[in-house]
Design a protein around this ligand. Structure first.
Ligand SMILES: Cc1cc2nc3c(=O)[nH]c(=O)nc-3n(C[C@H](O)[C@H](O)[C@H](O)COP(=O)(O)OP(=O)(O)OC[C@H]3O[C@@H](n4cnc5c(N)ncnc54)[C@H](O)[C@@H]3O)c2cc1C
Length: 405
């Protein structure tokens, strides 16, 4: 956003509570690799230029990439500056920080979609003898006590941690609810090549039928590894990880799992098939067919012959639970009435509702399917900067037309 505001000659400052790339430095587990290939690490006027465009960055490389971009863009970042409160003024906003106060006409909430671990209320019923970690407090398998590990959630984070912890020699049970299955490669190309080139990733928020649902979808079961392998439930089960249904309740120390695993699997398989159909149709229509491999279809997710419906958490079988149940933003510092009763930001494609001059970036399907990814920031920022330029020039009434143009 800073880079495109500079292009519009809009005077601005970037406030960061830690250092540049803070979330990558402080809030991720040690082994994290991006699930987006290097060639997709693109920010305005800046892109990965190393020798391995099809590889995946590890944490130190991501930090280097983002700090390199901040320097390249000469972004006016004030680090170690935490925003503690934002209030409305007649013509803008008062931003209170731990280093003083700023007044501005426009404000961009770029504090991320993943500030707090979303842990279900039922965690309160877990016996004290079981150590509970979130994806923020998990760093590596060495920090875990001996014994079995229950991982709740099978989105990108859950499947990656299940794989890592299982490889460390611990028995792992994975609770699976609604999930998004994806093959890493399809017809000889990375799945994100298909997402990007077929236009699926760029699909706009106002063209998505059920936007609410799209915004709530878990992240896809993907991992970035040297071998470009698929990390789906078939891979995990074959490795020896026990797959159980969604964690529905913890009663008297016993974890109870839903029984609808076969349905969940069938739904995820069907959705993946439909996505592959979309890719095939695009390849046919654009004659890309000749450049890629033949059409493929993948084996359905195997339903285990018998699935456990309960697990006694007092028995000692499970020593650790990792809540990989998603993330949510933290807006506790926002003293402006722009949140729903569920604490979600009310916005139209990043233009915050009922708060003239306030914008948001980096939220799920904000303006495009790819909005929460590094690669999604540029297009969204360009749209919103254009909107802001119009607003600052006193053309606030044309907001929607400009933004959607
Ligand atoms: C586990 C995980 C894996 C991911 N993997 C990928 C991937 O493979 N590829 C990909 O493209 N994207 C990935 N993402 C998404 C990516 O991390 C970012 O969410 C995305 O790049 C959007 O960046 P952002 O700057 O909006 O948010 P963030 O990177 O979260 O940055 C927000 C910044 O705001 C700061 N901040 C927050 N509150 C305050 C405050 N009150 N005052 C001052 N500063 C504040 C934070 O310190 C942080 O630096 C992943 C996300 C997660 C959680």
């Amino acid at each position: 956003m800073s880079r495109v505001l500079t292009e519009h000659s809009i005077d601005h400052v970037v406030l960061e509570r830690g250092e540049v790339a803070n979330s990558w430095r402080r809030e991720r587990w040690d082994s994290l690799c991006l699930l987006t290939p290097n060639w997709l690490s693109r920010l305005p006027g800046y892109a990965y230029s190393g020798p391995d465009p099809d590889g995946f960055m590890k944490l130190p490389q991501v930090v280097k990439f983002i700090t390199g971009f901040a320097a390249h863009a000469s972004a006016p970042v004030r680090t170690d500056t935490t925003v503690t409160c934002v209030r409305s003024l007649e013509d803008g906003y008062q931003v209170v920080t731990d280093r003083g106060e700023i007044r501005c006409r426009c404000l961009v909430l770029a504090t991320g979609a993943s500030n707090i671990a979303r842990v279900p209320e039922l965690h309160r019923a877990v016996p004290q003898t079981v150590q509970c970690l979130t994806t923020f407090s998990y760093r590596n398998p060495d920090q875990l006590p001996p014994g079995g590990v229950l991982i709740v959630g099978a989105a990108a984070t859950g499947v990656q941690l299940a794989d890592e912890i299982h490889r460390s020699g611990r028995p792992v049970t994975l609770c699976v609810g609604e999930h998004v299955r994806l093959a890493r490669s399809y017809r000889g190309r990375d799945i994100l090549w298909w997402m990007e080139n077929s236009g699926v990733w760029n699909q706009r928020y106002d063209q998505i039928e059920d936007l609410e649902r799209a915004r709530r979808l878990p992240s896809p079961q993907l991992v970035g590894t040297r071998g470009h392998g698929t990390l789906d439930l078939n891979t995990l089960s074959a490795a020896g990880i026990e797959v159980v249904g969604k964690l529905a309740a913890v009663r008297d120390g016993v974890a109870l799992f839903s029984g609808g695993l076969a349905n969940q699997f069938a739904l995820a398989d069907l959705k993946m098939e439909r996505l592959l159909d979309t890719f095939d149709a695009w390849a046919r229509d654009t004659h890309v067919d000749t450049e890629v491999g033949p059409v493929e279809r993948f084996a359905p997710t195997r339903v285990p012959p018998s699935t456990r419906l309960s697990l006694d958490l007092r028995s000692g079988e499970i020593s650790t639970i990792v809540w990989a149940t998603g993330y949510r933003p933290d807006y506790r510092w926002l003293d402006v009435p722009v949140l729903t009763h569920k604490g979600e930001l009310r916005h139209d494609g990043g233009v915050v509702t009922d708060a003239p001059g306030m914008y948001a970036l980096g939220l799920p399907v904000l303006r495009r399917r790819k909005s929460t990814f590094i690669n999604g920031a540029e297009a969204d920022a360009r749209d919103l900067a254009q909107h802001m330029a119009g607003y600052l020039a006193g053309r606030g009434g044309q907001r929607d037309a400009q933004c959607r143009g």
